[in-house]
Design a binder for this molecule. Structure first.
Ligand SMILES: Cc1cc2nc3c(=O)[nH]c(=O)nc-3n(C[C@H](O)[C@H](O)[C@H](O)COP(=O)(O)O)c2cc1C
Length: 153
């Protein structure tokens, strides 16, 4: 079982990158051989080399960040049989929007089968610096462990 995590991360704090690194490390610890790639480099990757791809993006203007949105919109419908899962970072608010929903829609259009439930990692901004909320790191690790179990089935 080989997996790839593709992420975007925009702010100087690089919160989504940290989430992506935690997802990668936890998948590896739980028996899924997982690589990590910034979305800028993803065009060079052949997603067909992997059994599963995990996509993560900051929520910006209620949607995935622009680079992730553009990358996913560019995928052709040629990934039937491949598994995908998504995570986003977002404020813990009723009006945060849902980047995961948009990513899932594009991934389904490209033929991927979505596995598991999307991960919402909550952030707070203090003086325009974003950090993960308390408890999120454990949530991310638990989500990744559950994802590893699903992928290994
Ligand atoms: C221009 C802009 C728009 C944003 N829009 C949203 C939004 O619609 N919903 C939300 O929950 N957070 C929003 N945020 C907060 C981002 O989700 C936050 O910057 C991100 O989680 C930080 O991750 P990063 O460090 O990986 O970029 C926005 C931030 C910026 C700078």
């Amino acid at each position: 079982m080989k997996a790839l995590v593709i992420y975007d991360s925009v702010s100087d704090a690089k919160v989504t990158k940290k989430v992506a690194e935690t997802v990668q490390a936890t998948l590896n610890e739980n028996g899924v051989q997982t690589s990590l790639m910034f979305v800028d480099d993803a065009a060079k990757a052949n997603l067909k080399d992997y059994d599963a791809v995990v996509f993560g993006a900051p929520t910006m203007a209620w949607r995935p960040s622009k680079k992730m949105k553009d990358y996913l919109a560019g995928l052709k419908n040629e990934y039937a049989g491949k598994k995908a899962a998504t995570f986003d970072t977002q404020m813990d608010s009723a009006i945060s929007g849902n980047a995961n929903k948009h990513m899932e829609k594009d991934l389904k259009a490209a033929g991927f089968t979505i596995v598991g439930t999307p991960l919402l990692a909550y952030v707070t901004s203090v003086k325009k610096v974003y950090t993960l909320n308390d408890g999120q790191l454990d949530k991310i690790k638990n989500w990744s462990k559950d994802l590893a179990d699903i992928l290994k089935k």
